[in-house]
Design a protein around this ligand. Structure first.
Ligand SMILES: NC(=O)c1ccc[n+]([C@@H]2O[C@H](COP(=O)([O-])OP(=O)(O)OC[C@H]3O[C@@H](n4cnc5c(N)ncnc54)[C@H](O)[C@@H]3O)[C@@H](O)[C@H]2O)c1
Length: 349
């Protein structure tokens, strides 16, 4: 009796090593640009996605979240954590993996690492939002928080929005030095700054990407001038915010999925009916984006399941014709679907 699993039992698995090979094969900036376009395409067909605020399990030190969605044909989810204290112990703040499945059969069709992919998709998402909201000819970006996401964010804004300068600030100088090193030769002018205020001088795009479980005030109202686009990435959990409430009061606020952002985003500091614009409606032309040069726009990013779906389906398509995956014997699929026990019996040593 053959004990070889059926072809459907084997699910393509993208390891961290293969993900990194894929990114290098495509090119980091091309990857970011193509992923931004893929996310935008999916935002354009937003109404057909199954949507729910992610399912979060909180603890004193962090959060573990499940992020499911489906476009009716393909189902996807990401498992992701957020543990700001990890970094001090030499661990990643954010790690993730994700899966795609066929809606028709429920069978998984792809399993992938998503720690690297989340950094890429978050940067692609930030850049896609900035493409619609940042002032025309934005060339200078401030990057507040120089951790794991930082270089991805800077390169995303370069590839998609054409920024040529990034001004860096982090409370830990070693983080800033790391970004300076890593972005050498990227084509960006990289400036290490001595404060958040200094980093924001002359910046048309300001990204905050810090990690703290407590309400933090990374930016206060007096620091933010008119006409800037704020890209607030680090505030993404109940009790975890980065911007002073007064900044929110004078910003035009754009969000991914209001039901989730009101729980997790900067706007958790505001009344539950404070007006916000859903970014997908800007993309479809149903709502205005930036309406003037002095407007303060805020993308209150928390990360939504559709972006991870876009990232996974992008990777699935890019894998075609490559050997950048392993075949994982993930699924029990006996020839006779009712003979699961028989399959086990036949495997007896
Ligand atoms: N919105 C999204 O879609 C999304 C996606 C991924 C990560 N995140 C969030 O982004 C944040 C950053 O993630 P990461 O993986 O880069 O974390 P990280 O721990 O690697 O880096 C965070 C950096 O912020 C710095 N920092 C902390 N407080 C600061 C302050 N007051 N001023 C300046 N710098 C400060 C730290 O020194 C550290 O270098 C996390 O909060 C994470 O949860 C959001």
């Amino acid at each position: 009796m053959a004990l070889t699993p059926s072809p459907l039992a084997y699910v393509p698995f993208v390891s961290v090593e293969n993900m990194m090979k894929l990114v290098h094969r495509v090119g980091v900036e091309t990857f970011l640009k193509e992923l931004a376009d893929r996310i935008e395409d999916d935002f354009r067909r937003w109404p057909l996605f199954d949507k729910t605020p992610r399912v979060a399990a909180h603890s004193a030190d962090g959060v573990i979240e499940l992020m499911p969605t489906s476009d009716g044909e393909t189902y996807g989810f990401k498992y992701v954590n957020g543990h700001p204290k990890n970094m001090k112990d030499g661990l990643q703040t954010v790690t993730a993996f994700g899966l795609l499945a066929s809606v028709e059969t429920g069978y998984p069709v792809l399993l992938s690492e998503m720690t690297v992919l989340t950094a890429l998709r978050t940067a692609a998402m930030s850049a896609m939002a900035a493409r619609h909201l940042a002032p025309d000819n934005a060339r200078v970006m401030a990057m507040i928080g120089n951790g794991a996401q930082a270089e991805f964010q800077a390169l995303g804004m370069k590839a998609v929005c054409g920024i040529d300068t990034v001004r860096l600030w982090d409370i830990d100088r070693r983080a800033t030095d790391k970004v300076v090193r890593n972005l050498e030769g990227s084509g960006l002018t990289v400036v290490a700054c001595a404060s958040a205020e200094e980093a924001m001088e002359g910046a048309q795009i300001v990204t905050t990407c810090t990690a703290d479980k407590q309400f933090a005030t990374i930016l206060t109202d007096n620091m933010v001038g008119a006409g800037v686009h704020l890209n607030a990435v680090g505030g993404d959990c109940p009790g975890k915010t980065e911007l002073h409430r007064d900044i929110l009061a004078r910003s035009t606020i754009f969000v991914e999925y209001p039901e989730q952002t009101r729980i997790e985003g900067e706007i958790q500091q505001l009344d539950p009916d404070h007006p916000v614009t859903e970014l997908w409606q800007v993309i479809t032309g149903d709502a205005p984006g930036r309406t003037g040069p002095d407007q303060l726009t805020l993308f209150d990013s928390v990360g939504f399941a559709v972006e991870d779906f876009s990232a996974l389906t992008y990777v699935r398509d890019k894998l075609e014709g490559t050997d950048l995956f392993d075949k994982l014997d993930l699924l029990a699929d006996p020839d006779d679907p009712r003979d699961l026990f028989g399959m086990l019996q036949r495997a007896a040593p």
